[in-house]
Structures are given as structure tokens and as C-alpha cells.
Design a protein around this ligand. Structure first.
Ligand code: A3P
Length: 300
């Protein structure tokens, strides 16, 4: 969500005043009502655009690395020399919009926008969307630690309260449930591809092959192996162009944690109490009713 420059940043002691657009809160450092409204109403989607779309903490930056490596046929130099936010601009933010407008086609673009405030011009386009989802229990844990270190988010009072806010859709970027339901309405469209963080973890090579197929990009076995190798958790931690280490301390306080924190599935088991698990399960079933998609975490 952040990039190297630090407009409107503030020390961690100051309260965070979120930007609100269509009832959803957004972190103030890079968003404005104007940038969000422009993205929604005026941004012109091109037919050859490829969008990396996620709810926060679902594997956004991981997918950015994978997609840029695929675009480079496995050669890692682009990923190692250019910031991820310049390789796949956040077009709904103030700085990201500039980058998106001057990006030569075919563009790679990123956002956390829910479907209903995604650019209207997308409806009649053949632009491709890659939607990555993650076990919402791991999302909430990852989000909790991220908010502690990223100063454009309020410091969580407690995990209990943070989980309550997640379940009621009060966190920045809105409700996970509405995000997923909104985007998954597109699941049968040819230009829509969804994949889970859990599938990426379980079989990165197979996932990269499926992504290449969707994108119509032909990569040989060596190129695929290079994508897998350079998009590994350890390779990404060592790459300052995606590890967030270059972000200024008043945006991301590296003394309070690491952006590439654990990179595992199931960390929620170390955080949820039995009561929290029961509440979560009840609300999850209620809110996901009728969606008719089986996610890997539904087996738990
Ligand atoms: P954790 O906090 O659970 O470690 P996003 O990019 O959407 O903000 O998501 C960040 C989460 O994705 C973090 O989760 C981060 O560690 C994880 N992640 C990023 N790259 C990864 C990789 N190569 N392998 C596994 N997890 C990765």
C-alpha cells in the first residue's frame, strides 16, 4: 500500500484520520477522496491491462513479484532494480495514478478496491483480473501485525477488538466478506482468474503455470523455475524492491515488525481462542452463505 516517497506522512503518536469513500475507510498516506473517485468514475481501463486485486494481507506483494517475473520471462533484473509499486502501480492512489497513466501498455496494475468501486470502464473491457484470496483468519492475524508497524493505520487496541472490527467490516478497505463476494461474482468470466494464497504455498510451480496460461504467456521450464525461485519468501525478504525495507520509518516502522512477517498458512491457530474460533465460524457461515465456492480453508 506504500511506496518509497512519504507524502502526508505523520509520526506514529498522531491519530490516523482515514479517508472515507462510499462508506469505506482508506489509509490517509496515499489515498484521497479525489484519487478514489477518479479511480472509480474516470480511470480508463485498457483492454490489455492486467490487474492484481486483493483484500489486504492476502498475498498482494507476492502476486506482484510473480506477475512481474512472468512478464520478464523469469529474468529477475526488473524485480531486483525497480520498486514493486513502480512495476505494478496502485492506480487508485495519488502517486500510483501518475505512474499508471504514464505506464506503457500492456500495464500491470494493483489495488485493494472492492468490486463496486472498481473503475466503471472495466465493465466493457477485456482487461484481465487476477484475484488472490487467503484464509480470512490468517488475513486478520497478518493485518493486525501490519497495522502495528504501518503508521497510516490505527494501532490496534487488542487482537480481540481487531477481530471484532474485521468481522463487522469496520477495518480500512472494508469488509473481507463483501470484497470476496463482490469479486467472486465474476468467477465464470473468461477475463477473471482467482487463486488462493494457500494454493500458491502448496504448489507455486503449478500456480505459476496456471497464471501463465491465463495470461497467454509462454514460459519454458527454466523460466518457470526462475519465477518460482525469485518469488520465494526468502528471495523476497532479500530483495529491498519488495521487502518494504526502503519505506521511510514514519510510514513503516521496521522496529515494530517485518512486512514479510512469517509467510505461512495457519498462523491463526496461534492467535484465536476457542471462543473467537466459534464466533468466527458462525459469522463466516452466515456471510458466505450461497457463494458456492469451496476454498481450501473450508476443509479446516
Ligand atoms: P504474514 O503477515 O502472514 O507473514 P500483502 O502483500 O497482501 O500485504 O500480504 C502480506 C502477507 O503475504 C504477509 O503475511 C507476507 O509475509 C506474505 N507473503 C508475501 N510474500 C510471500 C511469499 N513469497 N511466500 C509466502 N508468504 C508471502
Amino acid at each position: 500500500v506504500c511506496r518509497a516517497a512519504a507524502p502526508n506522512s505523520h509520526p506514529s503518536t498522531m491519530p490516523v484520520h482515514y479517508v472515507t469513500y462510499k462508506g469505506i475507510k482508506f489509509p490517509p498516506a496515499y489515498n484521497s477522496v479525489h484519487s478514489l473517485s477518479f479511480a472509480h468514475n474516470e480511470f480508463l481501463v485498457r483492454d490489455d491491462d492486467v490487474f492484481n486485486i486483493t483484500y489486504p494481507k492476502s498475498g498482494t506483494v507476492w502476486m506482484t513479484e510473480i506477475l512481474s517475473l512472468i512478464r520478464s520471462h523469469g529474468h529477475p533484473s526488473w524485480n531486483q532494480t525497480v520498486l514493486n509499486s513502480d512495476r505494478m502501480p496502485w492506480f487508485s492512489t495519488r502517486l500510483g495514478l501518475e505512474a499508471a497513466l504514464s505506464y506503457p501498455s500492456p500495464r500491470l496494475l494493483t489495488c485493494h478496491l472492492p468490486r463496486h468501486i472498481f473503475p466503471k470502464s472495466f465493465s466493457h473491457s477485456t482487461a484481465k483480473v487476477i484475484y488472490t484470496l487467503r484464509d480470512p483468519r490468517d488475513v486478520v492475524v497478518s493485518y493486525f501485525y501490519f497495522c502495528k508497524m504501518c503508521n497510516s493505520y490505527e494501532d490496534p487496541v487488542s487482537f480481540e477488538q481487531f477481530l471484532r472490527d474485521f468481522l463487522s467490516g469496520e477495518l480500512p478497505h472494508g469488509s473481507w466478506f463483501e470484497h470476496v463476494r463482490g469479486w467472486m461474482q465474476m468467477k465464470d468470466r473468461e477475463n477473471f482468474f482467482f487463486i488462493t494464497y494457500e494454493e500458491l504455498k502448496q504448489d507455486l510451480q503449478g500456480s505459476v503455470r496456471r497464471l501463465c496460461h491465463f495470461l497467454g504467456q509462454n514460459l519454458d521450464d527454466d523460466a518457470i523455475s526462475s519465477v518460482v525461485q525469485n518469488a520465494s519468501f526468502m528471495a523476497m525478504r532479500q530483495n529491498p524492491m519488495c521487502s518494504s525495507i526502503l519505506l521511510p520509518a514514519d510510514i513503516m516502522d521496521q522496529t515494530k515488525g517485518q512486512f514479510l512477517r512469517k509467510g505461512i498458512c495457519g498462523d491463526w491457530k496461534n492467535h484465536f481462542t476457542v471462543a473467537q474460533t466459534e464466533t468466527f465460524n458462525r459469522i463466516y457461515l452466515e456471510k458466505m452463505r450461497g457463494l458456492n465456492v469451496a476454498f481450501p480453508w473450508d476443509r479446516d
